[in-house]
Design a protein around this ligand. Sequence first.
Ligand SMILES: Nc1ncnc2c1ncn2[C@@H]1O[C@H](COP(=O)(O)OP(=O)(O)OP(=O)(O)O)[C@@H](O)[C@H]1O
Ligand SMILES: [Mg+2]
Length: 362
Amino acid sequence: MKILSVELKNYRNYKNIKINFNDGLNVLVGKNAQGKTNLLESVFLCAIGKSPRVNKDKDLINWNEEHSKITLSLEKQSGKKTIEIFLFKNQNKAIKINGVQILRYSELLGEFNAIYFSPDDLKLVKESPDERRRFMDIDLSQFNKNYFYALSKYNKVLAQRNKLLKTSKNFESLKETVSVWNESLAKYGSYVILKRLELINKLNNYANITEQELTNNEENIKLSYTGLSGTEEEIKQNIVLNLEKSLEKDYSLGYTTFGPHRDDFKIEVNNIDIRHFGSQGQQRTATLSLKLAELEVFKEYFNEYPILLLDDVLSELDNKRKNMLLNKTLNFQTILTCTEFDYDVNCTKFVINNGEISNIKQ
Ligand SMILES: Nc1ncnc2c1ncn2[C@@H]1O[C@H](COP(=O)(O)OP(=O)(O)OP(=O)(O)O)[C@@H](O)[C@H]1O
Ligand SMILES: [Mg+2]
């Protein structure tokens, strides 16, 4: 998969630009606050329909304008594709694929695949389980529309069950009515857990190869899903059992305390949980291993590599990690941002200056 061009109209600090990307490594060089991250953000928006930085579309539109448009031209194994995203200040965005407007955001998922990696991704390893659930959910939603559907359904049913927990007159009446919601949560939740288990298993294998390579075989990384396991049917039955067991607690708290919405995955390096006990360097290496593993898992699902978007990550890495990452970029298309770039690698360089782009011939 490769991006041929990106056109931005009134997107953040861009008025009207078109940038043609090449195979392999594309480098966006510029001083701070010139628009490097904005450009990567616009590309990632075409992959999942959401910015990696903000929730509101209106923040993406140039402050002096009412609407904005991103056009991404793409070449895939299956042929050429154009994705257009229209952003409006006061209404929902519209998305067209090859000129045809899609009716649901889920239709966009899997059309164009990109992996975004920024220094902020350290939070994937360091912070609360929410970050890791989001990571699994975004990846799986791109691989599998059924996952996206099951997760949306699960979240809707969960909200309904929580409402019931809060509004039931007494525990007895709750016990009578809650079982239908438990069954529904178990149906969608078991599928969500099963797919997450598969993903973590795959990521675990790839991440460990990279981790060993980066640490001269000194460190092993192990990812494990912290939730139920087993077959889909076993997971389903176990969800029901656990929901029944925790009903009294849920009733007193007013929300559901058991299920995939509370799950996580653990990252251990040499059998130590690095979220709590890892050094900063171990956490950084694990983040890199996890991101590179993500790339391989995408390749496995789609039979072609996604685009790699690297926002300002080189300055955070030591030479060994930098070289490994830059060497990897020879295998697929990468767009990398930095304030200075003087590495001896084959690449196309662009200079970004206050929302204007110029191409430097290498
Ligand atoms: N909606 C908007 N309209 C106009 N300008 C905006 C909008 N949102 C952000 N900007 C501006 O875009 C500029 C560039 O931001 P960006 O994050 O892309 O910089 P950058 O080149 O990645 O810088 P750094 O090297 O510091 O990361 C910022 O100065 C910001 O104020
Ligand atoms: Mg930036």
